[in-house]
Write a protein that binds this ligand. Structure first.
Ligand code: NAD
Ligand code: DAU
Length: 338
């Protein structure tokens, strides 16, 4: 059975991906994660069993540990999700984004090359293309890179490194660029889980600027299916856009969350805008449809309803994340401190 290394597997998308892979049972998985503030082993509770799914606590900047993990577990393929992922944090402090997203990706590429990894899937973002006006055509894979935030710049740099390793060293690698994900286990610094938990707890819901920015929402399960298709059927050196076919204005999403949580508009609070706030993302996924046979199957309305129900049904996960208690899950299970 093929063994995959999933970096960032205890974060939001990574943990949903690992659950999907474990459920399908076609691969053995080694989760490699530093468990930063965004990593949470509770996301994989019941999933890590030492045989099909194992966990290594490590930083992708640690080349020796990455290399020994690849060798020890006889890893065939890498799915690279580990990253600093939140735009607002990159505006406050860009350095960790350069360290993990740029230098960390380089370390992982070097280790993968020296260990003869047969396939490398790099998970990137539509934010590398910059921002669109209301009437602009969607981003395609050949839209020039024009990142706005330090986060987006660090992801664009990591994409270029991956491509350079394909060209220079002949590694077998594919890049995916997806739109905004939502779903279970998303850390409540991101828009949908933050607004959902604030609505449930009757706290103020902070809207940046005029709230008329547009994001394209992709359910995390649809994204994960796209990742597995890109891993298995993508052409080395190619980039595949994965979009949700669900462009929505932020205020529309907030009103939907208020309706579904049965709260009223008094919770809405307009706050200062994000610096250099990208106005609109829109993504053309025709290449992934044609070459990978990928299409998202979840409508935004169904996905949002299910996601809100998940947060309502998991008060313990939510309270652990809100209080910081989740940081102790690792310590109690592995008898060591983070
Ligand atoms: P996340 O912040 O929820 O999780 C990131 C994970 O990476 C965490 O578990 C964290 O502990 C781990 N990590 C961070 N630095 C590390 C390091 N140096 N070494 C090892 N592990 C480290 O992120 P996410 O939302 O799940 O995003 C996953 C990937 O998908 C990222 O590369 C992100 O850029 C990309 N992406 C996310 C979205 C989205 O909407 N969430 C959209 C497009 C692309
Ligand atoms: O497009 C893909 C990207 O989507 C990923 O690469 C990033 O990792 C991910 O964080 C996300 O970036 P965004 O900046 O689009 O997502 P965020 O959830 O931070 O914000 C979504 C929109 O909501 C954006 O227009 C900013 C706005 N917002 C966000 C927060 C946290 C608010 O109005 N209020 C808030 O409190």
């Amino acid at each position: 059975m093929t063994t995959l290394l999933v970096t960032g597997g205890a974060g939001f998308i990574g943990s949903n991906l690992v659950r999907m892979i474990a459920h399908e049972g076609r691969y053995r998985v080694v989760v490699f994660d530093a468990l930063t503030y965004a990593g949470n082993l509770e996301n994989l509770d019941g999933c890590i069993n030492g045989s099909l799914v194992s966990f290594v606590h490590g930083n992708i900047l640690d080349r020796d540990l990455v290399r020994s993990t690849l060798e020890h577990h006889k890893v065939d393929s890498v799915i690279h999700l580990a990253a600093e992922s939140h735009v607002d944090r990159s505006i406050d402090s860009a350095a960790p984004f350069i360290e993990t997203n740029v230098r960390g990706t380089l370390e992982l590429l070097e280790a993968s090359r020296s260990c003869g990894i047969s396939r490398f899937l790099h998970v990137s973002t539509d934010e590398v293309y910059g921002t669109l006006g209301a009437e602009d055509a969607p981003f395609t894979e050949s839209t020039p890179l024009d990142p706005t935030s330090p986060y987006a710049a660090s992801k664009a740099a990591s994409d270029l490194l991956v491509t350079s390793f394909v060209r220079t060293h002949g590694i077998n690698a594919v890049i995916t660029r997806c739109s905004n994900n939502y779903g279970p286990f998303q850390f409540p610094e991101k828009f949908i889980p933050l607004m959902t938990l604030n609505a449930i707890e009757q706290r103020a819901m902070p809207i940046y600027g005029d709230g008329k920015q547009v994001r394209d929402w992709l359910h995390v399960d649809d994204h994960c299916r796209g990742l597995l298709l890109a891993l298995e059927a993508g052409t080395s050196g190619e980039i595949y856009n994965l979009g949700g076919f669900a462009e929505r204005v932020n205020m529309h999403v907030v009103h939907e969350i208020l309706r579904l949580t049965k709260r009223d508009e008094s919770l809405i609070e307009y706050v200062a805008d994000r610096k250099a706030h990208d106005r609109r993302y829109s993504i053309d996924s025709r290449k992934a449809q044609q070459e990978l046979g990928w299409m998202p199957s979840c409508t935004f309305e169904d996905g949002l309803r299910q996601t809100i129900a998940w947060y309502e049904d998991h008060p313990e996960w939510c309270s652990h994340v809100r209080s910081g208690e989740y940081r102790r899950f690792y310590e109690s299970h592995y008898n060591t401190s983070l």
